[in-house]
Design a protein around this ligand. Sequence first.
Ligand SMILES: [Zn+2]
Length: 368
Amino acid sequence: MRPGTLRKVECDSCGVVANASHFSEQEVLTLYGDEYALNTSGAEEHLFFTKDGPIARSEVFCQWIAPHFFSGPQRALEIGSGQGNLLARLSETLPQAKFSGIEGSHRAAELARSRGLDVRQGLVTGNTELPAAETIFSVNVLEHIEDIDGFLATIRRSLAASDAEPSAQRLVLCLPIQNYYGYDLFFLEHVWHFTVDHVQQLLGRRGFKVLHCEHQHPINHGIGLFVCQPLDDSVDNGASVDGDYPWIRNNRDRWHRVFAEVNTWLETQPADAKIAVFGGGEVFALFRAFTRLGERRVVACIDEDPAKVDQTIESDGHNIIVGNIEWLRKNPVDALLLTLNPKYHGMVKDKLASVVDRVFSWSPYDPK
Ligand SMILES: [Zn+2]
C-alpha cells in the first residue's frame, strides 16, 4: 500500500464522497493481487462478539443474504470471494445452487481452490468476461471499485448471458453506507462513500431495480444490503439525490472529535505510563494513524479473540503483545484505551472494571 495523504472530495451537488486521487492500474493489481490482507491470508476469520457468544463474519453475512437468493438451481457467482469463507457457507445453505467466485488476491484464490471451491483469480473491470450466472453477489467490494459503471455493466452482461428472464436474475450487494457511525471514510482503499440514497440512485441509473434494501442489521452495523434485478438499459429508475446530504461530513466531524478526545487523554498520561489498548482491529489501526497513539509505547493489546491471543501486532518497527484479560491481571498496566467499536464499550468496561483502574472510553458521539 502506498503511504500518503488521505484526501477525499465531496460532490457539492449530491454529497457523495470519493478519493481525490486515482490508483494506477499497477497499484490496483498490486494492492488486491498481493497485498490486501482481509480474508485472504488463510487466517481465522473476523469474529463479532455478541451477547450470545462469538459469531464468524461469513456466518453473519450468510444468514443475512441467503434468504434473498432463489431457492432452486442457479449459477451463483461471488465477486471478491476472498479465501471462500462465505462461498463455503452458502454452498451448504443452498445446496441446489452452483457457486463460483472470482477473487483479486492470488493467495486467497489458491486457498479457496484448495478447499474445493471453484474460484478463479482476477479483478472485475468493464472488460472482464465473467461466466454466465443467474445470481451475482458481492460483499464489501463496490466501495473499492473506481470504475463502478464498468463493474456494473460487466455484471449485467453476465446476468444477461444466463438467458434467464430478468425477473429470475439477481444482484445482491453489501457495502458500507454512511448513514451510520462508520469510519471507513478514513480508509484509502475505499474509493467511494455512499449513503443509502446514493446507492439506490447509482443502481437505478445503471439499470438495476432495487427490490429490497436493508441497513439496520444488528451486527453488520453500517453495512447496507441491496437486492436488485436488472432492467432495460434505457430505464432510469434512480430518484435523484440532491440538496444537502450532511451525513458523510458529520461522520468525518464525529471521528475528528474522537481523535481530539483521544489526544487530550493521551496528554494527561505520563510519558512513561504503561498504556494498553483493548481491540487489535481497525479502530486501533485508525488511532495509530490519526491520533498521537502512534507516538506512544503501547505495552499490550488486549483482545478476546482466542486466535489473536499470544500473537503480536507489528507497529512502527516494534511488536505489541496480544493478551487476554487474564494476561492483564498478571501484567498490570497504568491505563487502558478502548480501541474497538463504541457499541462494545459498555460490555468491555464491565469486564475490565476489576482489572484496570483507568480505562478510557471515548464518546461515541451519537451513534445511530
Ligand atoms: Zn454528485
